[in-house]
Design a protein around this ligand. Structure first.
Ligand code: GTR
Length: 348
């Protein structure tokens, strides 16, 4: 375990050094020359050559990283090898919040991040941190693929980002060092949350204390007892090894927080229309791979954490959980009125 931590820390430091030097030299995308682009009729092979970077916090075999790689592969095919996207997994280019800032600047061109940290960059994205707004996966995806979901992707432009596609991330549940059998067991616990305002309010409603921190810091914070609990989906609970230091998970499924694949608006604006189409289409096509891998890995990681000694408690009745967090939803009902209307419509 120690080894894993050291490796992760090392890759983060290395990634930060790489990003810093890229920033200092003012070089984001490598433009490898080639013929001029921008001619709408030009075949894909005739545009500029690029080498881009895509940052992801998860390890190599994780569903989102497999989606990223599929995306890179399709872009490469469609552009006849002209556009190369190198995927950097494992937070090699930094933790999510820092990566989003780099993408805003154009120092990193692409990233796949959770919509959780995006809430601090674009207010509308806070809606995904509200609890129990989607009934299940089908409901969530009907909304994401509908007009409002697409509009939300486009709204990232105001934050110097360009949303390309959503990826699946299942549902998040709480896990702690001590046994969790009901919503009342969260009272007084220090719980790590993704850094955003709504998550903090959510913990207050549950009688817990929010500890916002970067994903890469959670393992040691749990191990050393700086925090008592955290929350995530099965794949993250497993691959981050949190299940080894917080062995009790209760499947309350309080949030469904989708992932987003995006490009720096700065870089997007420099692309020819043909290249924009290649990138947008490839991102959409890669969703199928990510979702298939997600379905498989969600089951696999549940089995792995159980094998590894985690106790998994089912929630038979969500009502006490939903009642407790209702004030948080009520507070934001007006602000997210349009989005809620679309979420309700997607239920039918
Ligand atoms: C995961 C998500 C990551 C990261 C992480 C976290 O589910 O895929 O991108 O946001 O949660 O809790 O920080």
């Amino acid at each position: 375990m120690k080894k894993l931590l050291t490796k992760r820390t090392a890759t983060v430091v290395l990634g930060m050094t790489v990003s810093m030097s890229m920033l200092l030299s003012g070089c984001g995308a490598k433009n490898d020359g080639g013929t001029a682009s921008g001619d709408k009729a030009a075949p894909a092979a005739a545009g500029k050559k690029y080498t881009f970077r895509l940052a992801d916090t998860h390890p190599d075999n994780y569903p989102t990283v497999l989606g990223d790689k599929k995306f890179a592969e399709i872009v490469n095919q469609k552009s006849n090898g002209r556009i190369k996207i190198d995927v950097f997994p494992n937070s090699q280019l930094g933790e999510e919040k820092a990566v989003i800032e780099q993408v805003q600047l154009g120092a990193i061109e692409f990233t796949r991040v959770s919509t959780g940290p995006l809430a601090e960059f674009n207010k509308s994205y806070g809606v995904f941190s509200l609890p129990y707004i989607f009934d299940n996966e089908e409901h969530e995806w009907k909304f994401l693929e509908g007009d409002k979901g697409k509009e939300l992707l486009d709204s990232l432009e105001a934050s110097k980002l360009k949303g390309l596609a959503y990826y699946d991330s299942g549902a998040r549940s709480f896990y702690a060092k001590k046994p969790l059998n009901s919503v009342d067991d969260l009272k007084g616990l220090k719980v790590r949350v993704i850094q955003n305002k709504i998550n903090i309010e959510l913990m207050e409603a549950l009688g817990a204390n929010a500890s916002p921190m970067a994903y890469g810091e959670v393992f040691s914070a749990l191990q050393t007892g700086v925090i008592d609990a955290a929350e995530n989906n099965f794949p993250s609970y497993y691959t981050s090894n949190h299940y080894q230091v917080a062995k009790n998970i209760i499947l309350d499924a309080h949030q469904r927080v989708p992932e987003v694949l995006m490009i720096s608006k700065n870089q997007w604006d420099k692309l020819s229309d043909d290249d924009k189409k290649i990138i947008k289409d490839a991102a959409q096509e890669s969703v199928k791979t990510e979702r298939e891998e997600w379905t498989k890995f969600e089951k696999e990681s549940e089995a792995k954490v159980k094998e590894g000694g985690a106790t998994v408690v089912e929630v038979k009745d969500s009502k006490p959980w939903q009642d407790k967090v209702k004030p948080v939803i009520d507070k934001y009902r007006e602000e997210y009125k349009d989005i809620f209307t679309a979420i309700d419509a997607a239920r039918k």
